[in-house]
Design a protein around this ligand. Structure first.
Ligand SMILES: [Zn+2]
Length: 166
């Protein structure tokens, strides 16, 4: 994704602001993406200093998925932010989640993975309607009916195997 490759080499020192609108196409570019359908507005403020870059991201948007409880469509609002420091040099710095070390002759950096990770890391642990009452009541009723029926019919497979031997 070309538009996410920032050519910082020719930039003047100081702060530069970028805006990105990302959607389905963005997320589908990542293999096994944890998000399929979402829209985000992401702002990046890049502070160029002589020896490093500070990338401050903030994003706001919504993720569309399906509820794990009732299976109905689910829209989750999300607000995210992250800061990444880019340093230059080969052995001088240790690379961490917050610090990216690039070799001195690097002229650009792909920020798409940074945006993707920022959004994915903020995903809620459970993708369900916040209130049970917002769930599809009909589906929930059917599910609980099915569950109680399964409990009644459940037999130990080992017991079944033994019976066949008789
Ligand atoms: Zn639900």
């Amino acid at each position: 994704m070309k538009e996410f490759v920032l050519a910082f080499y020719g930039l003047k020192p100081g702060i530069h602001t970028y805006n990105f609108e990302i959607g389905k196409t963005f997320f589908s570019a990542f293999e096994n993406s944890l998000i399929e359908d979402a829209d985000f507005h992401v702002t990046l403020s890049l502070d160029k200093q002589p020896t490093m870059l500070t990338l401050s991201f903030s994003g706001k948007g919504e993720i569309r998925d399906f509820c794990d409880r009732c299976g109905d469509p689910l829209t989750m609002k999300s607000e995210v932010s992250d800061e990444i420091i880019v340093k230059f040099g080969d052995e001088d710095y240790e690379q961490t989640d917050e610090i990216l070390v690039l070799s001195r002759d690097t002229h650009d950096v792909d920020i798409a993975p940074m945006i993707y990770e920022m959004i994915v890391l903020h995903l809620p642990f459970k993708r369900v309607h916040k209130n049970r009452s917002a769930c599809n009541a009909e589906v929930l009723a059917k599910l609980s009916e099915k569950e109680s029926r399964n409990e009644q019919n459940e037999t130990d497979p080992r017991w079944e195997a033994l019976k066949k031997l008789k």
